[in-house]
Design a protein around this ligand. Sequence first.
Ligand code: SF4
Length: 403
Amino acid sequence: MIPELLAPAGNLERLKWAVAYGADAVYFGITDFSLRSFAGNFTLADAREGLGYLHKNGRKGYVTLNIYPFSNEYDELMRTAIALDEMGSDAFIISDLGVIRELRNLKLRTPIHVSTQANTTSHQAVLAYRDFGAKRVNLARELSFEQILEIQSNLEGEGVETEVFIHGSVCFSYSGRCAISDYLTGRMANRGDCTQPCRWQYTLEEEKRPGEHFPVFEDERGLYFFNSRDLALFEFVPRLAEAGVASIKLEGRMKNIHYIAAAVSVYRAILDGKPISEADAWEQLGRVNNRGFSHGFMKGNITAQDYAVNDAKYQSTSIMMANTTEQMHDGHRVCVVKNTIRSGETLEMLTTDGISSYTLPNPIINIDGEPLERANNQDTILLDGTMPSYAVLRRVEPKTSCS
Ligand code: SF4
């Protein structure tokens, strides 16, 4: 069985890009249960539209409700769940046992998927969640491939599915069990609201030496911390499929359409058995912002190489310059510019059909029909009518990002 490809979406636009590039299901968060709203979540109106779009395209929509609520927040959360259930959500992603219990009492139609935030590391725990009513459990990112195999081998015929995070950012702490974001920004990881401050660059200042900043880095005893490299586990996909994992999940609800297009297309190709070499996969994944890549716990243990302690910056081998939209204007494809582009410039183009190159018209014509030598961020320009929708135009940088 080919596992489901589950992609993130922080807004409706990203949801549509995930669908275009071949995600089988999309997950998103909700702002509307009186908890803190922040960028990258859907309103209930967005959720209705998003679920409608997904279902029209034969895909599924899972709603992340994986906070650990306080007692006085359950009622609002349940009201939100009822509304989402009526809209036809295909799963609720839950961490908290109290939420699972309350949802079961409501006897809603929407299945329960247990979130990675629940840190499930054994088949016994998976079966316990099944007994509580879960249909699927996302296994903890802190498991090796052998441990996943062991869990999977004990679940045959047990009526519960597993899901594995396959790509994207990981916590330096045990997934989400961390208060740095809350402490520094007031946004709590256990409310699905982490600002990822473990990836910021830190220095140490000794009390009697104000202004003298010492970098925080690994020592020879392995005291390394902060800034985990991103997971990229595409090499494990065939074996996870063979083991019976039902779904592979991409991290990144806050990430942009370029990330979604690049990551979904690579994993879609691998799941569909399309010819894509390891070198090509690394190259395509490295085209979008990352912290360097790692196999994390999947390879059995964590080493210093899994942390990018000396290079806290994002890296990528390309810059997104523009993207096409679904819109046409007077027979031309409407395109939104993200960075300054020059007329006649040749860029790499990522589409749902693969990678090619594209030379911009000379001059570039904007939406008002004006000729331009260059176009800048947020300009809307017109390209050839044969250009596909959901295309990314990017400038390839010579430096390499994969480690
Ligand atoms: S700050 Fe980093 S380690 Fe802590 S929850 Fe956020 S991503 Fe995870």
